[in-house]
Design a binder for this molecule. Structure first.
Ligand code: DQQ
Length: 581
């Protein structure tokens, strides 16, 4: 098929980046929508192997489910536990409790009763995000934010009622709650004090935890210490703070080994690790992380480079991914990252479909050998869902070509492709003002012909290409090196214009002269989670095609550049449905 004919639709370049509907993560309260009890039974966008809340069959209809920050993930006596922020009454945010599901493999999940719900004055108006910590002897406890009768944000502790229950079904709150609260003397802003981290134990025998906050526009990781996990004292200085960043939600602070790809426990410190601070910026609704050094003697974190320039600060994911949290999986010796991915549809569409929010596939996360960034990869367990493998021999993908990947269920698939580039003459010159990768991707969408690229995958494509989501690379020439741009272009993902179809992008730290360019995409009905450069950048996009649904979805490899590139390998699988709730 000639490639040119496929791009006859009007080219929407820069104007789309300004004309998009921005429907990022939000916590608006839609009180009048919270008791709606219908849900559509036609569900082409419900995912097959991503974690979603359970269905409520009480009325013989789909229930309505709210947003879902992952909270306090942990592994205990052979079970993984996922708690998440949940609205039992609606598909919008509100009435927040900790819902709870368990799994033995991080793929198949069983729902349990809500673990934490308003029951004490210190959480009567909501049980917000928090984290789990293992005390000596292996007993888990949960620190979480409660909303008290004055709507102040305070920190509470809950313990399992029965530690011999591997399912940790019941949680008991401490009568001393709240254990940390805003007061006149500590000057904490009572509406910006939330989301305690997993605590770490210092060599001095004191526990430490940080809580996200802000003072004016300065984001803060407020540090507390405790001897017994019950009495907490605020430290004079935050662990770290930075001006101009606004409220820090869901901070995460953990060590990463510099020598191996194994994970390490949160309390490990010393020359063999670097530390990572991640914050979820309320202002931009993105998760950013910095790598640095933790000075135990000063109880301060010193990043190699701070959060000041959000254009260049590292992100786990350059698409939709928020309020994420890691945990150390001791039995498998790895650190795992969970993140919440919300909808790109309108609130009224969420109400109609009856649910909102999914969890990303858990990712193992390690420090790259360069020490400059983290790399992430979908947990290996997801591969057990693979079936019907398609394997391409190496082939040249000429400029202007598009090749159908047949033999997989393209709405529910896993695809890994590797490209080799040998001729660089046609690479476009990178204008030094092009520093924002997301803007560059929307300016140069898949339909915009380039020298070297765009080349990559068209996913969720309809047979006539009226709809597709393009995940691709472009290679530019800068002064002394080649620069690789990775994009996920949603501009033509759906004929339904009510969806947010923002295009996402990231610069990828790979050298295309000496390295192959790899791309992996996990495709699941309304989500494509893509990983470039063996996990150096992730981009997650939510899309709602109207034609490319279920069996009418197609997958292609494409090259809309003038130079040829070589596919050195392409492997694709249909993915089976997981048992989720
Ligand atoms: N969601 C929770 C807060 C947190 C925010 C409330 C992040 O604790 O700051 O549901 O999405």
């Amino acid at each position: 098929m000639a490639f040119f004919s496929l791009w006859l639709l009007p080219i929407l370049t820069l104007c789309l980046s300004h004309g998009v509907l921005h429907l990022e993560a939000s916590h608006h309260v839609f009180e009048h929508l919270q008791t709606v009890s219908t849900g559509s039974t036609n569900q082409p966008y419900r995912t097959a192997y991503h974690f979603q809340p359970p269905k409520n069959w009480m009325n013989g209809q789909l229930g309505l489910f709210g947003f879902a920050d992952p909270n306090g993930p942990l592994t205990y006596k052979g079970f993984y536990h996922l708690f998440y922020q949940y609205n039992p009454k609606g598909a919008v945010w509100g009435n927040i409790v900790w819902a709870h599901s368990v799994s033995t493999d991080l793929v198949n999940w069983t729902p349990l009763d809500h673990a934490i719900y308003p029951s004490q004055p210190s959480d009567i108006n909501g049980c917000w995000s928090g984290s789990a910590t293992f005390l000596p002897g292996g007993k888990p406890v949960i620190l979480y934010t409660g909303i008290d009768p004055q709507n102040r944000q305070v920190q509470n502790l809950a313990k399992p009622k029965n530690v011999s229950d591997p399912l940790l079904r019941e949680w008991v709150k401490l009568p001393q709650n709240p254990l940390m609260a805003p007061t006149e003397s500590n000057k904490i802003n009572s509406s910006s004090f939330r989301d305690p981290t997993t605590a770490w134990l210092g060599h001095d025998g004191l526990w430490r935890a940080i809580i996200g906050s802000k003072r004016d526009r300065r984001g803060l990781a407020i540090l507390y210490r405790s001897k017994d996990f019950v009495n907490w004292v605020k430290a004079k200085h935050p662990l770290y703070s930075e001006k101009g960043t606004g409220m820090w939600e869901c901070p995460d602070f953990f060590p990463a080994s510099i020598k191996s790809s194994s994970g390490v426990d949160t309390s490990i410190d010393g020359p063999e690790v670097r530390h990572v601070l991640k914050v979820s910026l309320d202002d931009t609704k993105h998760d950013y992380y910095v790598i640095g050094t933790y000075s135990a003697s000063k109880d301060k974190f010193i990043p190699d480079k701070g959060f000041e320039d959000t254009n260049s600060v590292l992100r786990y994911d350059y698409g939709k991914f928020y309020a994420s949290k890691t945990f150390y999986d001791g039995p498998k010796n790895r650190r795992i990252l969970w993140g919440w991915i919300n909808e790109s549809s309108s609130v009224s569409d969420d109400i109609t479909k009856g649910w909102s929010g999914i969890q990303a596939i858990p990712r193992t996360i390690v420090l790259h050998k360069s020490g400059k960034q983290l790399v992430q990869w979908p947990i290996v367990e997801i591969e057990k869902l693979r079936t019907n493998q398609v394997n391409w021999p190496s082939k040249v993908l000429k400029g202007g070509s598009i090749l159908h990947v047949s033999g997989v269920s393209a709405a529910q698939a896993d695809v890994e492709v590797s490209f080799e580039v040998t001729k660089f003459e046609k690479a476009e010159v990178l204008d030094p003002s092009w520093t924002n990768p997301q803007l560059l991707c929307s300016r140069k969408e898949a339909s915009v012909k380039g020298g070297l690229g765009p080349f990559g995958l068209l996913v969720f494509a309809s047979v006539g290409l009226e709809e597709y989501t393009a995940v691709f690379f472009r290679i530019f020439k800068s002064k002394d090196k080649y620069v690789v741009l990775m994009c996920s272009d949603q501009s033509r993902s759906s004929l339904n214009k009510n969806n947010d179809r923002t295009t996402y992008g990231a610069f990828l730290d790979v050298d295309p002269v000496h390295e192959k360019l790899s791309l992996r995409s996990l495709i699941d009905h309304s989500i494509v989670e893509s990983f470039g450069g063996e996990g150096k950048a992730g981009i997650s996009a939510r899309v709602y095609p109207t034609l490319a649904i279920n069996d009418d979805t197609h997958l292609y490899a494409f090259n809309n550049g003038t130079s040829s590139v070589k596919i050195t390998s392409l492997r694709a699988w249909s993915l089976k449905k997981a048992h989720i709730n």
